[in-house]
Design a protein around this ligand. Structure first.
Ligand code: ADP
Length: 501
């Protein structure tokens, strides 16, 4: 069975949602303003009615007493004979009815001895004497001689009334003056006004809806364009960028998306480049092995032996290349898992590992006594790569120095050899993928070692350093250390599991 709330779950467009919220808020605002205004106005009208009724009693009293009324209060004493000189209560009441005339929606009545006797001499909207129950009620209410202000709801209507006894000394009659206002009629004007207001508010809501739909559409247009452009940009056509218009949130979003597209483009280009490089690098050993196998004389044992050795050698090289590519991909993609590391301990460990590489004399030159936020396994990998290169490219028996140094801001993990150095024009190239010094003096390599080192340094927010001359090179991995003291100390666990304070 379809739930009645199903429409809430249907996919509303942002435009519809903005519009619905706008209309809801506007409708709530208008309705509550209307309701509050109506209540206040109604109270005011009712208070006015009471004031009018009280003023009628004051007027009646002054007719009877012949005095000018000074106060308007129902607490005043009932009308008593004064200088007006009425002989009887009937005469006084008749005079009151004749002189105190009801206005619109008003009526009055003079009662003598419990019977309706006098009505105003003018045209009035409703007649109190037509409701005998009301007359009886009023007579009963003022029997104790007090002035009475009350509300009567009956088939005749909803009346607010005031009743006051009228008595003239010496006259045995008991007179009552009653003035009433038809509240229903009095409030009708107000209700009509508020019905009109509601209709106008409804029309205003329709207008707000139309304008809101248009404005929301205009505001959201850049986002629609953004979506259209984003869906147009495919892997094959990555060059399109979304035009940045104006200076607002949407234009900032557009700029951010453009930046993201740039980065994706760079990453994809890099990936393609890597694939091209890898294909190129693998082609050579494959061609060599294939060439030798084609020319192989299977009856010639020594030929078989040498081709086998060559094939194994080339395959090993390919395996090494694949390992290096994997290592490079890992370092480029992953974030280092950093912990606070004692650089002096790390230096000692790396020195111990490097010094078993045969053919050279290894020396621990200096040790930085500092802690730094590092991924120790990655730094070790990069540092050993530098040590391996130093061993590979410098003459057997020469000294290779290892050390770490700090200026308090950065820490450098370095390796210095007495090798041939790097020619000036090759210094940038060797840090690029498959970049090697021409010929590399016949020493085998993939050209991926230094790019891996550079990627690890970069992942640590650092860089590689190189000082080289024909009598030797000093390669270093430089990573920041200073900011770690302030912010990372509190959050990074030490390698042994404790947290640095
Ligand atoms: P690979 O050693 O596999 O060729 P690398 O990226 O580690 O790749 O090194 C790139 C090139 O830089 C090497 O081919 C070599 O020519 C040069 N190189 C690296 N380290 C040294 C060094 N310590 N001394 C002289 N040349 C070096």
């Amino acid at each position: 069975m379809a739930s009645p709330l199903r429409f809430l779950k249907t996919r509303w467009s942002v435009r519809s949602r903005i519009l619905a919220s706008m209309l809801l808020v506007a409708a709530l605002g208008m309705a509550s303003a209307n309701a509050v205004a109506f209540i206040i106005q109604r109270e005011r009208t009712l208070a006015d009615v009471d004031d009018r009724l009280v003023s009628r009693v004051d007027a009646a009293r002054s007719v009877v007493t012949g005095e000018v009324p000074t106060t308007s209060t129902t607490d005043a004493a009932p009308a008593t004979p004064g200088t007006a000189g009425f002989a009887t209560t009937s005469a006084a009441l008749e005079a009151v009815l004749a002189r105190v005339l009801p206005s619109t929606n008003e009526s009055s009545l003079g009662i003598i001895d419990g019977k309706a006797r006098y009505v105003p001499g003018i045209e009035i909207g409703f007649h109190l004497e037509d409701d005998p129950a009301f007359v009886d009620r009023v007579v009963a209410e003022v029997a104790d001689g007090s002035v009475r202000l009350g509300t009567s709801v009956s088939a005749s209507g909803q009346w607010r009334y005031i009743a006051t006894p009228i008595a003239v000394t010496g006259s045995p009659e008991e007179g009552i003056y009653v003035a009433a206002v038809d509240i229903g009629a009095e409030l009708r004007d107000l209700e009509d006004a508020f019905t009109t207001y509601m209709l106008v508010a409804l029309a205003a809501l329709v207008a707000i809806g139309l304008v809101g739909w248009f404005v929301a559409g205009r505001l959201l247009r850049p986002i629609r364009q953004l979506r259209a452009a984003a869906s147009r940009i495919t892997a094959s056509d990555r060059k399109e960028r979304i035009p940045v218009v104006g200076q607002d949130d949407v234009s900032e979003l557009t700029a951010t998306i453009n930046d993201m597209l740039d980065r994706l483009d760079t990453a994809l280009t890099g990936q393609r480049q890597l694939l091209d490089d890898v294909r190129h690098e693998l082609k050579t050993p494959i061609t060599i092995v294939r060439g030798h196998l084609e020319l192989l004389d299977s009856r010639n044992v020594s030929d078989v032996e040498s081709t086998r050795a060559l094939a194994i050698d080339e395959l090993d090289r390919m395996a090494g290349l694949v390992d290096d590519i994997e290592s490079l991909a890992e370092t480029q993609g992953a974030h280092p898992v950093r912990v606070l590391v004692d650089v002096d301990d790390l230096t000692a460990e790396v020195f111990a590992k490097a010094s078993v590489i045969p053919g050279h004399e290894w020396a621990l030159a200096e040790v930085a006594r500092v802690t730094a936020p590092l991924d120790p396994s990655r730094i070790t990998q990069a540092w050993l790569q530098l040590a391996d290169n130093a061993a590979k490219y410098s003459d057997t028996g020469t000294i290779i120095e290892i050390g770490s140094a700090t200026d308090g801001i950065e820490v450098e993990f370095w390796v210095a050899d007495r090798g041939p150095g790097i020619p000036l024009d090759a210094r940038a190239r060797i840090f690029e993928r498959f970049g090697r010094v021409d010929g590399s003096r016949g020493i085998r390599g993939s050209g991926l070692g230094l790019p891996i080192v550079a990627a690890i340094a970069k992942a640590h927010g650092g860089r590689v350093s190189l000082v080289s001359s024909p009598s030797g090179s000093r390669f270093g991995i430089v990573v920041p250390v200073a900011h770690a003291e302030a912010s990372i100390h509190d959050t990074l666990p030490l390698p042994n599991g404790t947290v640095a304070q």
